[in-house]
Write a protein that binds this ligand. Structure first.
Ligand code: AMP
Length: 585
């Protein structure tokens, strides 16, 4: 397949705001793609060169890209910059310039997907003192042979601004239709994806074999699996009922969730959204390497920790660990503690099918055998006694926890699932809503007065899995410090999109629309019915959605959450119903 065909399909995708049409485009694309190219196509669609967890970065800056455009078109850097200033997007600038190329190469080679991919790979791999020159040469040579449309997408890809906004769910739907002829088979594909998060390999197997071929993709150390999630509950009694009167209560620590993978001497750490975070925590890597186990997958919460007071510190301190340089100084200055709460794999055996109690016993023995001051077991009690539970809850709060996690004793580890097998009880449970909301930014109104240049209010959305849509739930304009405003503004700049994206459902008029990407934590006093917001529209009452009353930004950007992990429609309905029940009491 050639790259031009792919870019034409990208253009069609950009034009639609219907999810079904988008899936149709994907199906057509997958059907036309040869078996040996499908993997690459999947990664390119996601703006990557490999599964996201590999963390491969192209790392091309604007400056170098502008130079490459100038070099391949024979005009000066200044002229490219001027044009860029007018057009506003470097991909579109490259397209415009390519249209009136000064220097035409005499023989131009057709660009294949293989060539695009291998050049991108070379760019990603080139390091060292000569790397800038090598990258410049590689990009220029691609642009020399590219049509205007191809130039646009080459640049967008290299800068990381491709943003086709295709959710994994849509790719999975399209794979089911293209390769099995039945959308219902998405379930099996999703189940595989939950434990083997490499969509490229999944697509390749589907195109070579059949649905059963996916059985060969099993949970494997060094490949992250999708984390099991918790439903929220309002009080411990509700949790006890779900567990037939007996539940495991664990401290709910407020830090960063980590999946720790060990395979021989190799150790990798993955975040909740399956990004590689190994480099942020060399201290954890060193400790795990010394474990007397050959291979395992563990789950834990990392928290900042004060070595003298022995107290958990606010989660914000973990931000220092995200620095690329001088990490060894940071380790000393910002110590951490790792609280293990699960084990999913041990010495070649998949433990996800074991019950919680058995996994916990195994975990306890591992911690005992590998004593170390940075690693501990998360505190836990198994109880049915409300007084004991209340005391444990108070102690958790005193120790700096967010609340408690409740886990059903016979529950298996269900990768990627949010069910009542795990429940979260936050410390605000005596408030009306019991929790904060994680919502995705989808739009903004421009600011006035003091906020000129920034936004005045952000439009936030909940996620609806059934329709794969982000549905508006509130506008939020309070709770932002000046620093927050600047940080969020700079972050959002990357996601501006010309028109409302296909997967955003809102009837409101906004000054700016964003590709759903950034998740913010918000607190609110109540959930109300709303004729203008689209969250859970028609599901509680005809012609009404739900909205948050008095929403306020909590001060926390949830970089660890994907937009699809935002508070979802069924959670909102549950919360609304609980609120109605309480108000009646
Ligand atoms: P939330 O982010 O509010 O949906 O709460 C779930 C998160 O709590 C998990 O993703 C973990 O990062 C965190 N957490 C803290 N302590 C535990 C624990 N004992 N078991 C499971 N998750 C925990």
């Amino acid at each position: 397949m050639d790259f031009l065909t792919l870019t034409e399909i990208f253009e069609d995708m950009h034009k639609t705001n219907s999810r079904l049409v988008l899936i149709d485009h994907l199906v057509t694309l997958f059907k036309r793609t040869p078996v040996n190219t499908i993997k690459k196509i999947i990664y390119l669609l996601q703006g990557k060169l490999s599964p996201a967890y590999e963390g491969d970065e192209l790392g091309l800056g604007e400056k170098l890209t502008i130079k490459a455009i100038a070099e391949s078109s024979g005009i000066s850097v200044k002229e490219v910059e001027e044009k860029y200033g007018r057009v506003g997007d470097l991909g579109d600038t490259a397209k415009e310039i390519a249209k009136n190329k000064y220097q035409q190469t005499l023989v131009s080679e057709k660009i294949t997907i293989e060539r695009i991919y291998s050049t991108f790979e070379k760019i990603a791999k080139s390091t060292g003192s000569q790397s800038q020159i090598i990258k410049l040469r590689l990009v220029s040579s691609l642009l020399n042979d590219a049509t205007p449309l191809e130039s646009k997408y080459i640049i967008k890809f290299l800068l990381g601004t491709l943003r086709l906004g295709i959710a994994e769910y849509s790719i999975i739907d399209a794979l089911a239709i293209a390769f099995t002829g039945n959308r219902n088979n998405r379930k099996k594909i999703e189940e595989t994806y939950n434990v083997y998060t490499d969509l490229g390999t999944i697509a390749e197997i589907l195109s070579k074999k059949d649905l059963e071929g996916l059985n060969e993709l099993q949970i494997t150390p060094l490949k992250p699996i999708r984390p099991m999630l918790a439903e929220r509950i309002m009080d411990p009694i509700e949790g006890l009922k779900k567990g037939n009167g007996m539940i495991a209560f664990e401290y709910k620590l407020d830090g960063e969730r980590v999946q720790i993978h060990k395979d021989g001497l190799k150790v990798q750490l993955f975040s909740r959204s399956l990004e590689k975070i190994t480099n942020h925590y060399p201290d954890i890597v060193d400790t795990i390497k010394k474990f007397s186990i050959d291979n395992c997958i563990l789950e834990a919460e990392i928290v900042p920790f004060h070595l003298e007071t022995k107290r958990i510190q606010p989660f914000q301190e973990l931000m220092h660990r995200k620095r690329k340089y001088n990490i060894n100084d940071v380790i000393l200055k910002y110590p951490i503690k790792v609280f293990l709460f699960d084990i999913l794999y041990l010495e070649g055996n998949n433990l996800t099918q074991y019950e919680y109690t058995k996994r916990r016993t195994i975990l306890e023995s591992i911690v005992k055998e590998n004593k170390n001051h940075t690693i501990e077991l998360v505190k836990q009690i198994v109880s049915s006694n409300l007084n004991q539970i209340e005391r444990f809850f108070r102690k958790a709060k005193d120790d700096g926890c967010e609340g408690l996690m409740l886990k059903q004793l016979n529950s298996k580890y269900r990768a990627g699932a949010r069910e009542f097998l795990w429940m979260k009880l936050k410390k605000e449970y005596d408030n009306t809503l019991g929790d904060s909301f994680d919502l995705t930014v989808i739009g903004a109104l421009l600011g006035k007065g003091k906020r000129t240049g920034y936004y005045g209010a952000l439009l936030l959305a909940a996620y609806d899995k059934n329709s794969d849509n982000f549905q508006s739930i509130c506008k939020v304009g309070t709770g932002f410090s000046d620093r927050d405003l600047e940080l969020i503004y700079n972050e959002l700049k990357n996601y501006v999109i010309e028109t409302k994206p296909y997967n955003v459902n809102s009837n409101l008029k906004m000054d700016i629309w964003y590709t759903p990407k950034l998740v913010l934590e918000v607190i609110a006093s109540e959930i109300t019915l709303s004729p203008s917001h689209t969250a859970a529209y028609g599901l509680i009452q005809k012609n009404f959605g739900v909205a948050l009353r008095f929403p306020k930004y909590s001060g926390r950007i949830r970089f660890d959450k994907k937009p699809e992990d935002s508070t979802n429609t069924s959670e909102l309905i549950q919360l609304f119903n609980r609120q109605v029940k309480r108000n009646k009491l």
